[in-house]
Design a protein around this ligand. Structure first.
Ligand SMILES: C[C@H](O)[C@H](O)[C@H]1CNC2=NC(N)=NC(=O)C2=N1
Length: 91
């Protein structure tokens, strides 16, 4: 099982726009158009399904909030950090 990262490791390795919130990392992506946010959420979900590692995705009128944690490990792991970067790449 993957090892959870210490707060300092998360801070050093998470992509710039991501924040730590307890046992999760989170980013809110802003969109002008609601359907653009929905399309982005679908892109995120496709990556998550490929990797079998699933974020919490909240689609709102003008933003999409994505939260990552490794449930089985009980915190943030390298896989969450890597996924965050992949989600940023499809923004
Ligand atoms: C049973 C467990 O949920 C599965 O093995 C996978 C599915 N997707 C997952 N997603 C996330 N974020 N963390 C997990 O530990 C995880 N485990």
């Amino acid at each position: 099982m993957a090892e959870t990262l210490a707060d300092e490791e998360i801070s050093e390795n998470a992509p710039a726009e991501w924040q730590q919130d307890g046992d999760e990392i989170v980013r809110v992506y802003e969109f002008e158009e609601y359907l653009d946010g929905v399309a982005f959420a679908t892109d995120v979900a496709e990556i998550a399904d490929e990797e079998f590692h699933h974020p919490e995705i909240q689609v709102r009128f003008d933003e999409v909030e994505v939260r990552l944690t490794s449930h089985e490990a009980g915190g943030v792991t390298d896989q969450d950090i890597e996924m965050a970067g992949r989600f940023d790449d499809v923004r």
